[in-house]
Design a protein around this ligand. Structure first.
Ligand SMILES: [Fe+2]
Ligand SMILES: [Fe+2]
Length: 245
């Protein structure tokens, strides 16, 4: 069996074991499958389709908080917590620390490509406009050096993308726009405190940031995902990624 066949067989076994039928969103498989072809469906065994909590995932509280998403959906999130701690150590203001703490949540739990834009949109209804602005534009700024604050083009990018990599035109455009904006430095500070190589031995606890999050993140009383904000559906998708409709 090829690797893909093995993965499909394992997936099939998992689908059989599940009580509800799961059909993956196209974005999960696009590239591994040709998106012009119909999405593969599990064999019809008279099962009902998944319409909520996926039992393979840790169940989230009825009114989830930002920290619940960190605990149950965002992996270990060491990179985020270490970046926020570094910002604190460097004497950054609370807006910068808040921004650092959530700057890569899209990578940690949602969608990787264009993560700065996705991350900004996720938190936009709940944070100061400057915080979400900074998260949005760190996406572009990270590709451009700023000697005035000692930020070099990341050596890691040369390794990851090759020495001759050029950011897409829309990234260059957004960089030029952000460079002249009054909040430029807030966004730049995300890059400065971004730890490209995080230390797995350093343990940071989320609770270290309870007060800063309390003051800078407007936690909806209904829970993230249930407050009818413009990004509530995105939080629900993170909570229930396999919901059929
Ligand atoms: Fe990032
Ligand atoms: Fe980062």
């Amino acid at each position: 069996m090829s690797t893909l066949e093995k993965a499909e067989a394992a997936e099939h076994a998992m689908a059989v074991a599940l009580e509800k039928a799961v059909v993956k969103s196209v974005i999960y498989t696009s590239g591994e499958r040709d998106p012009r072809q119909p999405v593969q469906r599990p064999p019809d065994q008279g099962k009902l389709y998944m319409m909520g909590h996926d039992p393979r995932l840790p169940r989230m509280p009825d009114r989830p908080t930002l920290f619940d998403f960190f605990k149950y959906r965002f992996g270990p999130a060491n990179h985020l917590m270490q970046s926020a701690r570094l910002a604190l150590k460097n004497g950054a203001g609370e807006k910068v620390v808040m921004a650092c703490l959530v700057h890569d949540i899209a990578i940690a739990g949602f969608i990787r490509g264009d993560h700065g834009y996705w991350g900004a949109q996720l938190v936009e209804p709940y944070v100061d406009e400057e915080v979400s602005w900074a998260i949005r534009y760190h996406q572009a700024l990270r590709f451009f050096a700023d000697e005035s604050v000692g930020y070099d083009y990341p050596a890691m990018y040369v390794k990851l993308f090759g020495a001759d990599y050029q950011p897409d035109e829309y990234i260059q455009r957004d960089y030029r726009y952000a460079r002249d904006h009054k909040w430029y430095m807030t966004s730049r500070m995300i890059c400065v405190n971004d730890l490209y190589a995080f230390d797995p031995t350093v343990q940071v606890e989320l609770e270290e940031f309870t007060d800063i999050v309390g003051r800078n993140f407007r936690q909806p009383k209904e829970g993230l995902g249930f407050d009818a904000s413009p990004s509530a559906h995105m939080w629900r998708t993170i909570m229930w990624p396999t919901k059929y409709l």
